[in-house]
Design a protein around this ligand. Sequence first.
Ligand SMILES: Nc1ncnc2c1ncn2[C@@H]1O[C@H](COP(=O)(O)OP(=O)(O)OP(=O)(O)O)[C@@H](O)[C@H]1O
Length: 252
Amino acid sequence: MPAAVDVSGIRKRYKRTVALDGVSLTVEEGETVGILGRNGAGKTTLAESIAGLRRPDEGTVRVLGLDPVTDRARLRMVLGVQLQQAILHLDLTVIENLRLHRSFYPSGHDPEELLRRLGLAGSRDARFGNLSGGQQQRLSLAVALIGRPRVVILDELTTGLDPEGRRSIWRLVESLREEGVTVLLVSHAMDEVSRLCDRVVVLDAGRTRAEGTPQSLVRDTGAEDLEEAFLGLIGAGPDEIESVIESVEGTS
Ligand SMILES: Nc1ncnc2c1ncn2[C@@H]1O[C@H](COP(=O)(O)OP(=O)(O)OP(=O)(O)O)[C@@H](O)[C@H]1O
């Protein structure tokens, strides 16, 4: 059985910026793995490389044994992706967008039921372009899940959601885990990562700085909680800690 996600030694450079500098990562089926790192650490580039939206300069990526670039059509049937910038039809309504995406798969969720689970039933007939940021975020998650994927990539899943919305989305991710879905979660929200993730990978300047369960990272760094462990791991000094906290708060 191939791993759900197998990344080996990937490098990616954008002109002068080295975004990924030899990252390797294996995620077994059914695991929920968090990708952490300060702004610009390379998290989205890693997520997009796994999704086949970026082609690494070096190294290999496999998702359930498929190459995301050359096996794209087959991968689409088993991979769901929610990225920071949702690309949905502005002029279609919520339900039309979701039905359209449902039509790409031979089987999947009932669009109406998924809207209810995501707290979007009340916005069913609103155009995507008229939704609030949090509602757009929920719809992009619905689109990622509509085909019942075996692997899901979620980039900043709950950014911009109200507290009630965050909790209902967390419960949904927990139910994915119960169904054996593999989840890769890019996040700045340490409470979210502590609650949902079996394992965490900390990226720093395009390299893997640390990897382990949230509990082991806290224990091994002698920190009080995951946020303190994270700040210690990326080597943030007292002044830098303030600015990292500001950047984390600004994006969560
Ligand atoms: N399309 C691009 N062109 C040029 N540079 C890019 C591009 N995309 C990302 N970068 C650069 O690559 C580095 C990694 O970016 P990436 O978006 O992967 O980081 P990130 O960890 O997801 O950050 P954030 O937490 O802010 O979302 C950054 O220095 C960024 O400026």
